[in-house]
Design a protein around this ligand. Structure first.
Ligand code: GUN
Ligand code: FE
Length: 466
């Protein structure tokens, strides 16, 4: 077993000591020389201290399975549509399902309300959705999430407030979209000025909630190149630079989208070049999808040290294509995982890790059955933890259990099957003879909310399954 000493007195929850040779709580107290809170592994489980080192392989330590879990791309506002996408692909999915739902958090003229006798209160609706979504992501072990809200300032600030109050580490994006050719009349900012003013107001709101920006921060969020006026992209780039903030957007998800960008931005060489031209390709930029990037674009992304959020469930659901993750890793790009709710059907990063494994096998099939494209269990879990930590600019702070890192952890309970064949129903049946890496594999492929016990963020208990 192992033990970790966490100082939660300053409200940050930094790991003071980590010792993987500790055998018992008493041993820990002796070794650490304190009686302060010691989190000790129970029997019959194991710890993930993240996945350490360049080799991207698992370092297992006896104890219980635990590791933080980072969703680098999720649309909080789209949660009610999780699983609803029919046979659509990106661009018709946006107009059919997504814009009507998102608009309903701030506009009583939303198509969602067209049959309503009395239009509901948009903020009541947003409150319901955001509370439920954050409960759900915490229950799935997501300790950090990079959120897209909607264009609405009040509802976006409400998301920030709810995430902060529940204690999830969160980056909150007020969605920017103001290009009349691509955004519906019922759901877009009136002008660049409105986009910038409301973005600044949301930045201010987030800073007032958490001046340190450690637990909660605004993230500049141009929806994607086609939805923003060029002037807006430029001003958002300048704002990100002035305020030293993260940026998130979508890139090269779908071939029709890539074509649309070519038409709307004829002067730029490529999709990636559009962002670069407007100052949005920074070391703090999270690019979702990146399914169809050219080699040259990959080089540009690498040069700018921008990050990639791989969203495999979404790419399969919307038929966007196969993201070449192995190639990206070989090129030295930083990659994390995103659920992309509701392009993705599931708010679980474990599910995203599973889908990353499956998609990588299909990529192998497309490349003469070459198994080098396969992502293994530990690699997929690495992407969801250490990979995600790098993507959100928290390398060395999140993603592992080393001294000085933050105690952002989920505790995993695997079910044990007794002599009578009965046991705790966690959906993962452990018979007792599996090796530790087999247990981790069983968790990856069959785990869900039932396997998540307690969840801490910055040393604070933020979820406990009863
Ligand atoms: N591209 C522009 N907007 C979106 C969105 O909401 N989801 C996804 N998956 N792609 C997008
Ligand atoms: Fe998305």
């Amino acid at each position: 077993t192992g033990a970790v000493l966490v100082d939660s007195s300053d409200g940050k929850g930094i790991i003071q000591k980590a010792d993987w040779t500790v055998a018992s709580p008493d041993d820990a107290i002796t070794k650490f020389g304190v009686k302060a809170p010691v989190v000790i592994a129970k029997e019959n489980g194991f710890f993930f201290p993240g996945f350490i080192g360049k080799s991207r392989c698992t370092r297992l330590v006896l104890g219980r399975v635990a590791n933080d879990c980072i969703d680098t791309h999720i649309h909080a506002s789209q949660y009610p549509n999780a699983g609803i996408f029919g046979k659509s692909t990106l661009l018709d999915w946006l107009t059919t399902y997504t814009f009507p739902l998102e608009s309903s958090y701030g506009n009583v003229k939303s198509p969602m309300y067209k049959d309503a006798v009395e239009p509901p209160d948009p903020l009541t609706r947003a409150n319901k959705v955001y509370n439920r979504l954050i409960n759900r992501t915490l229950a799935n072990g997501t300790t950090t999430a990079s959120y897209y809200a909607t264009i609405h300032l009040e509802a976006t600030n409400l998301l920030a407030q709810i995430a902060f109050q529940k204690g999830q580490r969160a980056y909150i994006g007020r969605v920017c979209m103001d290009r009349p050719e691509t955004c519906p009349d019922y759901y877009r900012d009136e002008s660049t000025e409105e986009t910038i003013t409301n973005t600044k107001a949301s930045i201010k709101f987030c800073r007032e909630l958490d001046p340190s920006g450690e637990l909660l921060a605004h993230i500049i969020t141009p929806r994607f190149a086609p939805s923003c006026l060029p002037e807006t992209l430029s001003q958002l780039g300048a704002l990100a630079k002035d305020e030293d903030l993260r940026v998130q957007t979508h890139i090269s998800e779908n071939l029709n989208e890539v074509e649309l960008v070519r038409e709307l931005f004829p002067d730029q060489k490529s999709y990636a070049d559009v962002y670069d031209h407007h100052g949005l390709l920074t070391a703090k930029t999270i690019l979702a999808h990146a399914v169809h990037l050219s080699k040259e674009e990959m080089r540009l992304v690498k040069q700018r040290n921008s990050k990639i959020s791989h969203c495999p469930a979404s790419n399969s659901a919307l038929g966007s294509g196969f993201c070449p993750v192995r190639q990206m890793l070989d090129e030295g790009l930083e990659v994390g995982l995103g659920t992309d709710v509701s392009g993705g059907y599931s708010p679980s990063i474990l599910d995203a890790a599973r889908n990353a494994c499956i998609v990588s096998r299909h990529v192998g099939h497309l490349n003469n059955g070459d198994s080098k494209y396969n992502l293994g269990v530990s690699e997929a879990l690495w992407l969801g933890t250490m990979g995600g930590a790098k993507v959100v600019g928290m390398e060395g702070r999140l993603g592992g259990f080393e001294e000085g890192m933050l105690w952002d952890v989920q505790e995993i309970n695997l079910g044990e099957v007794g002599e009578d064949g009965q046991g705790e129903d966690t959906g993962v049946d452990i018979f007792g003879w599996e090796r530790w890496d087999d247990r981790v594999a069983k968790w990856l492929w069959n785990g869900d909310e039932r396997t998540v016990g307690r969840v801490w963020v910055g040393g604070r208990l933020v979820h406990e399954r009863r």
